[in-house]
Design a protein around this ligand. Sequence first.
Ligand code: MG
Ligand code: ZN
Length: 226
Amino acid sequence: MTDKPRLVQVRENVLKHNDVLARELRQKFHDAGVFVVSLVSSPGSGKTAFLEKTLSALHGKYRVAALVGDLATDNDAERLARSNAPVKQIVTGTVCHLEAAMVENALDDWNLPELDFLFIENVGNLVCPSSYDLGEDLRLVLMSTTEGEDKPLKYPTIFNTADVSVITKIDIADAVEFDLAKAKNSIQSVRPGMRIFELSAKSGAGMDEWLEFLQSKSAKTVLASG
Ligand code: MG
Ligand code: ZN
């Protein structure tokens, strides 16, 4: 009988604990009728700009809020607050990913049934966020046209834990000679059939398609005006 090395054992326990908490969170979200979307990507892929546009578009029609994880600053939370949606920063310190416990703590004084959508922006990192379920309903993995088209091939695990992928900054795709077809092939080879949105938060291109998709996920029916 060989025991597992102690550090492996500790890590497995941490992950198990996270999964239990995440399952509880998911149940809580469902009971409250809030649809939860998390965002993962490398640093600088445009998560915050994309989220700011998404929050602004939904705000007023839906009750939206966001949690944003960052290692040190609350700059992103300040930017997102411009959408007028409630935003809370989770400063993770030395931890390079969000965990279910951090999400649970951050939600402490929010009343979930008062929300239709909750967005969780993870720390910019394509590696360990893949190991941590946050109880979300939908996980987006974003990559921008300023990154290599083979990013999905280098980080297949995060693409495999995500539900949908988003290619951002398509307004500058030509200028940076980004090969969109190649990028989409990379995604499809890791995750056949994965839904891919191509958009630009800056120009607004592709945002409508994304917003329609998102609104189709909400339990809330928005009545046509008039
Ligand atoms: Mg950000
Ligand atoms: Zn990490």
